[in-house]
Design a protein around this ligand. Sequence first.
Ligand code: KG4
Ligand code: ZN
Length: 344
Amino acid sequence: VLPGPVLAIESSCDETACAILSSDGTCLAQRVVSQDGHADFGGVVPEIAARAHLALLPGLVRATLADAQLTANDIGFVASTTGPGLIGGLIVGSGFGKGLALALGKPFVAVNHVEAHALTARIPGLVPGGAPFPYLLLLVSGGHCQCIAVEGVGQYRKLGGTIDDAAGEAFDKVAKMLGLGWPGGPALEKLARDGNPKTIPLPRPLLGREGCDFSFSGLKTALSQKLAPFGQSPLPRQFAADLAASFQQAVADVVADRITHALRMMPDAGLLVCAGGVAANSVLRARLETVAEQHGIRFAAPPLKLCTDNAVMVGWAALETCQEAARRGLPQPDDTATRPRPRW
Ligand code: KG4
Ligand code: ZN
């Protein structure tokens, strides 16, 4: 197995992150910079993100090494996210990682971002009782929305995904309609606390439908129709809160139904893991816990800072990949020639 520590880089969206993990998965240091400069545009601007990664990475890597009280020469190998994600950021992060590895004469390992989210629950000590395979992963963020059967390292089956918006994207778009800024998920949840989820009827797209795909665009449209009568005038605060609560409830209902179906498709799952930024939503979390309980399985959501984009998960996925290769008697990975893959 490649000797650690591993220095990992994440740059697939608008978080620039670096982490250093020892061979056993202990995090020695980690830093995440959530880029500013996107909010004014109401979403991540790929060009701005790529330039920001380029500007941030050298200082971030230096600072993370200093936090871990290491120098670059102490690093055993380097890992970067090489997909899926925004191509500009992937080029910057993987180019930086490969250059560093080359300069140090150390191997480079390419990491799939979704795989990194999928394996996060297995970081030692994160989930009480651990996360042995197989388990069901619900990945819900601004860019991802899918149910994945996690059967082993490198063994994943996509059971379903969104046919339009990602869950976080829907939260962000609705929040924008309610004038809550971007990204609006957390603000929407806060507003919803003052609202009654039963006041405004909204559709539950795909509820009860075969499989575990998601759809959120109909819900978003229905909501915009409720806003239409107000035109440009400001929404009454209670109405906005009721809308936020009703929307959140509709999303929770849909997700609970979809996960119930996913668990039917994966009867051997011993654990339900929820990852991605939307996992921060307490209403959704509570519903998922209930679904897991009804199926007699455990529920786990990694701590929030490991649920959203970070480099610890990238380093951990690289370590698991090395261990799995060793278990199978395969050569250790060296992905210096791997290209970034935006749709990996
Ligand atoms: O994983 P993440 O940080 O970045 C990616 O999109 O990859 O997820 C961010 C998403 C945003 O859409 C944000 O609005 C949503 O997660 N989010 C939430 C909450 N906190 C973050 N959505 C609903 N409720 C929350 N409390
Ligand atoms: Zn992500």
